[in-house]
Design a protein around this ligand. Structure first.
Ligand code: ACO
Length: 320
């Protein structure tokens, strides 16, 4: 597999920490020193379907393909207005594609899981050449905006890539260890004549310190695993593109791996944590800022609710 094109779409509304401090008992100093976030984009006038569609169209155009060249769509999403149909089906209609589609929910690790599924599909099915992966998330819709502990951390957005056949995925590693209490969001289902449950109906519950420790331990281990599997050393890696959850998590991982800051690009200061969209959004920015060159080796690494983790070593190739 190799990445042929990238795209992204972010809401127009930018919300600074000071804006949040107007209605939450928080401050720019607390949020920026504890998380690195200075502002985030939040959905207001647009919706997630708009963002998913724009990011997908950009990625297809960037890959120099036509919509009819896309053979499969994978959408990574935690929650959106529709439980069914899948968001990928809605995107498929909006971009006028006709291929099969599926949604996955690997939480913030969804992009790495989608890459692995895409790689397996390309290997297993001769008829599939090009796969669109779109990661679209609106965590602002499931955090509690009356409390300061989780709402300040997140932002909305969509990132997309188109992948095709190639030998650029050098190694990949996925893990899941069931730990529901650390991070979850429940939605209430309809009552039935036989079952009337007073079950949870959001908002997001997070044990921040537990997630922090799990994130650091698992990412360090995943990154070492994928570098070993690919038989590459840290000095061969141009960039470590990590899930943008908290700059202190990124820094702690970097310090444990004993690597310099310039190898760890970040945009969390502008977008907050956009869940599974964070890595494809960052990749798109790096690509459009000319930071990625043919032959660069990248490590991608993410962690999320589940608890799921995933990392890979991938070689960048420009689609000139
Ligand atoms: N503004 C001001 N004060 C706050 C805020 C806020 N927004 N949030 C918490 N505080 C207060 C707490 O009430 C506490 O006050 P106290 O000392 O009087 O009790 C104090 O700040 C310290 O709170 P902690 O929870 O200990 O702060 P910590 O340094 O652990 O940082 C944080 C909290 C940012 C959530 C951190 O634990 C973290 O980043 N964890 C990982 C979270 C994460 O990655 N979430 C993403 C989830 S999805 C995913 O991507 C996997």
């Amino acid at each position: 597999m190799k990445i042929l094109g990238t795209g992204k779409a972010l809401p127009t509304l930018s919300v600074t920490n000071d804006m949040l401090a107007q209605f939450l008992n928080t401050s720019d100093t607390w949020i920026s020193t504890r998380t690195g976030i200075k502002e985030r984009r939040l959905l207001s006038k647009e919706d997630l379907i708009d963002l998913s569609t724009i990011a997908s169209e950009q990625a297809i155009q960037d890959a120099h393909l036509k919509v009819s060249d896309i053979d499969f769509i994978i959408c990574s999403n935690v929650a959106n207005t529709y439980v069914t149909p899948a968001l990928s089906c809605i995107v498929q209609g909006n971009i006028n594609a006709t291929c099969p589609c599926i949604d996955i929910n690997g939480a913030c690790s969804g992009f790495i899981y989608a890459l692995d599924i895409a790689e397996s599909y390309l290997q297993a099915k001769k008829e599939i050449q090009n796969i669109l992966i779109v990661c679209a998330e609106e965590p602002s819709r499931f955090t509690n905006w009356k409390e300061r502990d989780t709402s300040v951390l997140f932002g909305d957005g969509a990132g997309a890539v188109v992948v095709t056949r190639g030998n650029n995925l050098k190694s990949i590693n996925l893990t899941t260890s069931s730990k529901v209490d650390a991070l979850y969001y429940q939605r209430k289902l309809e009552d039935t004549p036989y079952e009337e449950k007073n079950e949870g109906n959001g908002p997001l519950v997070m044990q921040g310190k537990d997630v922090f420790k799990l994130a650091v331990t698992s990412s360090v281990s995943d990154i070492e695993t994928v570098m070993n599997k690919a038989n590459v050393k840290p000095e061969n890696i141009k960039y470590f593109v990590l899930h943008q959850a908290n700059i202190r998590i990124i820094d702690t991982i970097r310090q444990q791996l004993n690597l310099p800051e310039e190898k760890f690009p970040h945009n969390i200061e502008r977008y907050g944590n956009t869940s599974s969209a964070s890595i494809p959004i960052l990749l798109d920015e790096m690509r459009k800022d000319d930071q990625l060159k043919n032959g660069d080796l990248l490590v991608l690494s993410a962690f999320g609710a589940g608890f799921t983790t995933g990392a890979c070593v991938i070689e960048w190739s420009e689609n000139l």
